[in-house]
Design a protein around this ligand. Structure first.
Ligand code: ATP
Length: 281
């Protein structure tokens, strides 16, 4: 399933995939006519009935969701709702109790994390988890796909530096000495170097100033549009995530309790997911 010729990006001055070619779920004009859940035929990623437990603690119970190619999907929920567990299960870091996960129709649940990266799913973990004592460049190279040494790797690195010019300026800097925003850019850049089809992002806004969050989310939007990259973004910052995403799912105590187009996902449903409000969604 691994496509070793898969480009990281459309390169050159004009970026390839027009925005209009993107799955238009975020278009409020068409929102009413869009299905709330994608059918299996259009889903790049399909999760069905996923359950994960930590011993006796059921962290995810029968979670089902889909994401199309080039779509950005937000997973929202309060502390402890199961968001991180979901991403860790999708990237193979946690074993599932039951359920299925497919990428382009191929089952991936139970594969080792490295195989899942090769299949096309990259994970930007909560807290970034960069190598603090290594330089920016070395951190990036650790995430690289390393096709056959040389040209492709260099081109991919250049693409990351063009997306995040700050990383280019700081290529030789020790990563642990960079700001939180710069470290988040590095974590995203490193994940992109595995040439994913799907990028899982765990709380990318955490601890960052709003202006930095805006910059990073704008870049994520650009990458998703230009490369048809699917984003699955876990966030406590619901508004920022829904600005970025076309659709959202609300996770409460390990279960999906609401889903919908970002424009139509109701504020009361979001409030309920975060605060346990008794307002009807
Ligand atoms: P946060 O926003 O605080 O990161 P979250 O929505 O990502 O929360 P998870 O970290 O996925 O939630 O946790 C879901 C549930 O699983 C919580 O009840 C949590 O206490 C529990 N949990 C998470 N990790 C473990 C673990 N290693 N051992 C036992 N229970 C765990």
């Amino acid at each position: 399933m691994t496509d070793r010729t898969r480009p990281l990006a459309t390169r050159g001055d004009s970026f390839g995939t027009p925005a209009a070619a993107r799955v238009p779920l975020g278009d409020s004009q068409s929102a009413a006519s869009q299905p709330e859940t994608l059918g299996a035929s259009t889903a790049l990623v399909q999760v069905q009935g996923l359950s994960v437990s930590y011993g006796a603690i059921a962290a995810l119970r029968g979670v089902s969701l889909t994401a199309a190619a080039g779509e950005a999907v937000a997973i929202l929920g309060a502390n402890g709702a199961g968001k991180t567990t979901l991403l860790r299960a999708l990237s193979g870091q946690l074993a599932a109790k039951s359920g299925t996960v497919t990428l382009e129709g191929q089952p991936i649940l139970g594969l080792r994390p490295a195989k899942i990266v090769q299949a096309g799913i990259a994970h930007v973990p909560e807290g970034r988890q960069i190598f603090g004592r290594l330089s920016v460049r070395d951190n990036l190279r650790l995430g690289a796909f390393l096709p056959s040494k040389g040209k492709l790797l260099a081109e991919d690195e250049e693409r990351i530096y063009s997306l995040f010019p700050r990383l280019s300026e700081r290529a030789e800097q020790i990563a642990g000495t960079m700001s939180g925003g710069e470290q988040q850019m590095l974590a995203i850049g490193r994940a992109l170097l595995s040439r994913p089809k799907v990028l899982l992002l765990d709380e990318p806004s955490m601890g960052l100033a709003p202006i930095i969050v805006d910059q990073i989310f704008e870049t994520l939007t650009r990458i998703s549009r230009e490369d048809q990259l699917t984003l699955v973004i876990v966030e406590q910052n619901a508004r920022a995530a829904l600005d970025l995403a076309e659709r959202g799912y609300l996770l409460e105590s390990g279960e999906i309790t609401a889903e919908g187009n970002s424009a139509t996902l109701s504020d009361s449903a979001i409030r309920a997911a975060y605060l346990g409000s008794t307002d009807p969604p």
